[in-house]
Design a protein around this ligand. Sequence first.
Ligand SMILES: Cc1cc2nc3c(=O)[nH]c(=O)nc-3n(C[C@H](O)[C@H](O)[C@H](O)COP(=O)(O)OP(=O)(O)OC[C@H]3O[C@@H](n4cnc5c(N)ncnc54)[C@H](O)[C@@H]3O)c2cc1C
Length: 380
Amino acid sequence: MVNMYDVIVIGAGPSGSMAAYVAAKLGLRVLILDRFRFPRIKPCGGGLTQKSVALLKGLGIELNSVVRDTCKRVIIVNNAGSFLLMDNDPIISIVSRDEFDNYLLSSALEMGADYLVDRIVGVDVHGEYVNAIGMNDTYVSKYVIAADGANSVIARQLGNDIRRGTAMAFMTIAHGNYLNDVCVIDMTRIKWGYSWVFPRGDGEYDVGIGSIRWGDYRTQLIKYVSDVGLREGEVRGHPIPIKARDRIVSKRIALVGDAAGLADPTTGEGIFYAMYSGALAALTLRHSSSPVEFASNYLGIIKPLIKNLSLAYYLSLGTYGIDHLVMGRLGISAFSISSTRNLIKRIMSGSAWYYQVPMSMIKFSVLKGPQVILKGILHG
Ligand SMILES: Cc1cc2nc3c(=O)[nH]c(=O)nc-3n(C[C@H](O)[C@H](O)[C@H](O)COP(=O)(O)OP(=O)(O)OC[C@H]3O[C@@H](n4cnc5c(N)ncnc54)[C@H](O)[C@@H]3O)c2cc1C
């Protein structure tokens, strides 16, 4: 068959470009398809933790040319006060997603992947191959990696309900004078989430608001921008899937990144998990000799990540519910304890995973925390 690729990657965001980059690096014939010509806009805070930077570096991709600013200090504001995370190394590096995504896609193309602009409407699996059906053409490959984001048509085609377990976030590029080289995370503006100000250099700031509860937070965002003394630009919103899809793999198809529901419910961080799952899917594909083996290998390799993120969901209930809404009102917060702040830094940098936060601590904060506080109040 003419033009049969080893793998078609649908979507050229961080998950798709990383899948294409790794697959091409491993010698596979790769086609990456996106409905937009790059560079394109993606609503995002553009905050990269150091585990993202390290992952890219490990794969041979240096980011310096697309990093707009770095924050070695992060201010966290909640009902109990303001807390400072500080490090000698950057905690968050800020990128502009149009530039960052274009850079990752270019890296995949340099590695040998082909790229076409087309909107895919579905896939059709046959015995030996898969058809990816686009608005302009049909493309043929042995496997498909679906990296088509939060509203993934392929995730839906596999039978997933893509509205389930989805957070919502809004952002704008604001202008004016605010803090430089410092990231601000403010939990007092919205329930079950936070607003942020990330500096992008030259008087530009990525300002946003997001919550694990679905809603339209445009008005709160515009007020927040004005309260911090900045001028808002166009406001854009987008879902963030924070629960792994029920079905992330079928014989010749694997979901990665947002399409697979792999963002962190506590922080909304999705870029790392997108790139990591994309790279893992490509690696698994290279080392599997049949569709059945591919499906089972990908599920096996992605499971620890899913377990990690589902624990993060419980931690988000502790952070936004118990720590902020209950303890915060009494002027108490786990953020005031230096070991908590260090643990957060370690999780952000990738030197600790959520499952290393003892399960007993998570259970204690979610189940027993409120009882302890009530007892404290009742007994003075
Ligand atoms: C407001 C906001 C702020 C955020 N801030 C951060 C942050 O600071 N740090 C962080 O780590 N994460 C953040 N996230 C999450 C992060 O943006 C996502 O988790 C990440 O973009 C997921 O990458 P992806 O490649 O899986 O999907 P996307 O980046 O969404 O890429 C999907 C690609 O698929 C293409 N596509 C979609 N459908 C089709 C189709 N049918 N055919 C062809 N192509 C298609 C799209 O055009 C797109 O290019 C934020 C999210 C939001 C909404």
